[in-house]
Design a protein around this ligand. Structure first.
Ligand SMILES: [Zn+2]
Length: 284
C-alpha cells in the first residue's frame, strides 16, 4: 500500500515536472533547432494494447498532429520536413497485437516494427508459465502472449517488420558474453526459420543505454547479423547516429492526448533524466 502510494506520488511529481518543463518553451525551441538540421523522428515503443477504444483515440491524435510513418518510409527516409515524424514499434509479443494492434494498423494503412521475445511465445497456452515469464522476465503481471501461428498471420502482411528481442528477455548487461550471444543469435535463428525471412532489426530488452545496453553489446548484435538496433534512450531518433543505438521512447497510449502531445514534443526527455538522477542519488 505504501509502495503504491509512493509510486503514485512519483508519477504525479513527474507529470508536474514534465508540464512545467514543456511550458518553459525549451522543448519547442529544441524541436525547431533539430528541424533546421533535418527531419525530426520520434520512435514510440508500446507493449500490450488491451483497450481498443483508447488505442483508436491514440491513433486519431497521432495522425492529427504528427506525420505517422510506415516502416518503409523510415527505411527509405521518406520524411515530413515540418512535422515530427512518428515511427511505431511494439515489444515482447502479446496476443493483443493480433486482436487489437494489427487490425487498427491495417485499417489505417500504417506499419510498425514488432520485436519478439521467442521464449515468451513458447509459453503461450500454459497460464502458469505465461505468468512466470511475465513476472520474472518482463517484470509485469500476467499478460497473454502471441501464439506462433499468430505471429505468422501478423507477418503475412509484408509491411509489418518482425525484429529480434532475445529468447528470454534478460538484462543483457547482467549476463556473460556467451549467454548474450546465445540469447541474441538463437532468437534470430528461431524467428527466421519459422517465418522464412531474414530478421534484420533488433531491440535491446529494457533498452536503457548504460543500464541495459552499451557499446560492446552493440558490436555483439552487429556480429549476429542485424542491420540496426533500437534502445529506449529517451530522445528523438537520430538517423545520422550509430545504427545500433537508435533511440525510442516508451509510450502509454492510454494517457490524455494533451499529455501525449507534451510527451512526444520533448517535455519528457530531460525530466526523465533528472528523475533517474534523483533516483540514483536517493532523493526519490
Ligand atoms: Zn521488451
Amino acid at each position: 500500500m505504501a509502495y503504491w502510494r509512493d509510486s503514485k506520488i512519483k508519477d504525479v511529481i513527474q507529470k508536474i515536472l514534465i508540464y512545467i518543463f514543456f511550458f518553459t518553451g525549451i522543448p519547442y525551441f529544441r524541436f525547431l533547432s533539430l528541424r533546421k538540421k533535418g527531419p525530426v523522428v520520434r520512435t514510440l515503443v508500446m507493449h500490450d494494447v488491451t483497450n481498443k477504444d483508447k488505442f483508436v483515440s491514440f491513433f486519431d491524435f497521432l495522425q492529427c498532429y504528427f506525420n505517422v510513418l510506415s516502416v518503409g518510409d523510415f527505411e527509405h527516409k521518406r520524411f515530413d520536413d515540418k512535422k515530427i515524424n512518428i515511427l511505431l514499434s511494439f515489444d515482447d509479443g502479446f496476443e493483443s497485437w493480433e486482436t487489437v494492434v494489427v487490425p487498427e494498423l491495417e485499417r489505417r494503412k500504417i506499419s510498425a516494427y514488432f520485436f519478439v521475445s521467442s521464449g515468451f511465445l513458447d509459453m503461450c497456452g500454459d497460464k502458469e508459465k505465461e505468468t512466470q515469464f511475465c513476472r520474472k522476465n518482463l517484470l509485469i503481471s500476467h499478460r497473454k502472449p502471441l501464439s506462433w501461428e499468430g505471429l505468422k498471420r501478423l507477418s503475412a502482411n509484408n509491411a509489418f517488420v518482425v525484429g529480434g528481442h532475445t529468447v528470454t528477455h534478460p538484462n543483457l548487461l547482467k549476463i556473460s558474453m556467451e549467454q548474450q550471444q546465445t540469447e541474441i543469435v538463437e532468437n534470430k535463428k528461431r524467428l527466421e526459420e519459422f517465418l522464412g525471412t531474414e530478421v534484420e532489426v533488433f531491440a535491446y530488452p529494457f533498452g536503457m543505454p548504460g543500464m541495459h545496453a552499451d557499446k560492446r553489446l552493440c558490436e555483439v548484435v552487429q556480429k549476429a547479423g542485424f542491420k540496426k538496433a533500437f534502445t529506449t534512450e529517451i530522445n528523438f531518433t537520430n538517423m545520422a547516429k550509430d545504427q545500433f543505438s537508435l533511440a525510442r521512447v516508451c509510450t502509454e497510449y492510454k494517457e490524455s492526448p494533451f499529455f501525449l502531445y507534451v510527451w512526444i514534443m520533448g517535455g519528457y526527455d530531460n525530466i526523465k533524466k533528472l528523475m533517474l538522477g534523483f533516483r540514483i542519488s536517493g532523493v526519490l
